[in-house]
Design a protein. Structure first.
Length: 494
């Protein structure tokens, strides 16, 4: 009898992507195997959902509706729904889609295999939503999607009370992992060949508030710098309120911490920031940017911005445009305000007409596009060491190029070297052309450095079997640019 197959469909932020790696690990521990790519269907389909955007509900129920006839024609098939939307909607999911077998929340993803088996035996839907974290999810088995880069959670939950954000209500209060546990996980990953890690938290630089150490995050960054074989360290997403000078110093003084920062602005208007319950103002935000640039002149800074928050006037919006001009972001993930039931902002007066929001959004995107292009043009002539990536250049085969990430996380398409290179290897190139969302290196590679990460990728891909579907990413396109891998872990709600 062949093993049952599974497929995980992921929506939302990097926290969800990492959770999906754990869900895959749990299912494989329980004897399931990934459904091959292109297969007609899987025995178990898991939806790992997001609740940040307004259309999240419609998207989920639309996808569930498409699966209903497939399930009816496939005896034994099971459907599970987890993540933030499951934590929020609970029993509503089974009422709207009675063919769903399991609903589980953000705090009890470790229960998925048990709930699937219970639903099969009892022949009825299982809805289990824990109200608080049962165990830190990093203790769960994980099927990582990349051999050379990995997410590492340092905390879960959030203590902020932003009026537009539902995530703290669904993910709970911040819980920090012990530094020793985090570093042990990173060291284990490096021993397996991983050379880049991204530290994850809903509010990553608030790390330490739960363990009583205000400098815990900067100490963690410095400790990462002492791990031999760890070439690149990134983190997302911080909060301006908690972004302190010791973190800037740790970034600048730790060679393997990359010159890249994702710093959510949300609005440049002090009035709107107050209504959002964001505990900083424009002057404080621009002061952080100035300090980061002084310490790391080559740093690429990205951000999240919400357009059309209730009560936002034209003058408020102009303040956002002013802040964008002053900040010179390499990239901005721009959102039109989305009313979420259960958040204070949903009940506020002054909801902005869609037409006005759309017009402001287009003006902001046009301005940021212009700035991104100007900032990218400054990269022309620079020599950069690029980590070869897998699947980031959709036209690579046609153009005979490869793609990868510069230290500052900019996407670089470069001429394929004569010698073979693998994802995770390093290629030194000179930038010859800049577009708003990528760089080109059209000349020959100056150097190729084969790495342990490349060895790990080669080992993983040595078997000529069909590549399994595993975790399918349903990441939304946010604003104008294509999403980069590191920013926006807080779903734009940091």
């Amino acid at each position: 009898m062949s093993a049952k197959t599974y497929e995980v469909r992921t929506y939302g932020c990097q926290m969800n992507v990492h959770d999906s790696e754990r869900l895959s690990g749990l299912l494989e521990d329980a004897g399931y195997v990934p459904a091959p790519q292109g297969a007609e269907g899987a025995d178990v389909v898991v939806f790992n959902t997001c609740a940040v955007r307004e259309n999240a509900d419609n998207r989920l129920y639309g996808n569930l509706g498409q699966l209903a006839p497939k399930k009816a024609a496939r005896p034994g098939m099971q459907i599970a729904v987890g993540g933030c939307l499951a934590q929020k909607d609970r029993d509503t999911i089974v009422k709207k889609a009675p063919w769903v077998d399991v609903v589980f929340g953000t705090h009890n993803i470790g229960k998925l295999p048990v709930l699937l088996e219970r639903a099969r035996v009892q022949e009825e839907a299982q809805v289990e939503i824990a109200e608080s974290l049962e165990a830190f999810p990093s203790t769960l088995p994980t099927r990582r999607e990349s051999a050379y880069a990995a997410w590492v959670s340092i905390s879960v939950g959030c203590n902020n009370t932003c009026t537009f954000c539902i995530v703290p209500a669904l993910r709970g209060k911040e819980k920090d992992r012990r530094p020793g546990d985090i570093l042990a996980e990173i060291e284990a990953l490096v021993s397996e060949g991983v050379s880049e890690i991204t530290l994850l938290g809903q509010n990553v630089n608030a790390y330490g508030s739960d363990i009583g150490d205000r400098e815990a995050f900067s100490k963690l960054l410095r400790a990462c710098g002492k791990i031999e074989g760890l070439e690149r360290v990134r983190f997302t997403s911080p909060h301006p309120r908690d972004f302190t000078d010791d973190v800037i110093a740790a970034m600048a003084e730790t060679p393997n911490v990359m010159p890249q920062l994702h710093m959510p602005l949300q609005s440049g208007s002090d009035t709107v920031l107050k209504a959002m319950r964001r505990s900083y103002r424009q002057e404080r935000f621009l002061g952080i940017i100035e300090k980061v640039r002084a310490a790391m002149p080559d740093a690429a800074i990205s951000t999240d911005i919400i357009v059309g928050f209730p009560g936002e006037t034209e003058e408020d919006f102009e303040q956002t445009l002013h802040t964008v001009r002053e900040s010179r972001f390499a990239q901005a993930f721009t959102f039109q305000y989305s009313k979420r039931p259960g958040t204070p902002a949903a009940e506020m007066d002054g909801q902005i007409p869609k037409k006005v929001v759309q017009a402001r959004y287009e003006r902001l995107v046009a301005l940021q596009e212009e700035i991104s292009w100007e900032e990218n043009k400054k990269q022309v002539g620079r020599t950069l060491e690029v980590m070869v990536a897998e699947g980031e250049g959709r036209k690579d085969d046609a153009t005979r190029r490869l793609s990868g990430r510069a230290p500052d996380n900019r996407l670089v398409h470069f001429t394929r070297p004569e010698e073979p290179v693998r994802p995770g290897d390093m290629v030194t190139v000179e930038i010859t052309y800049a577009a708003p969302h990528h760089l080109l290196a059209e000349g020959p590679a100056q150097a190729v450095r084969r790495t342990r990460a490349g060895d790990a990728w080669e080992k993983r891909n040595a078997a000529p079997a069909d590549k399994p579907a595993g975790v399918m990413l349903g990441l939304p396109t946010i604003g104008a640019p294509a999403p980069a891998p590191a920013p926006a872990a807080g779903c734009g709600c940091d």
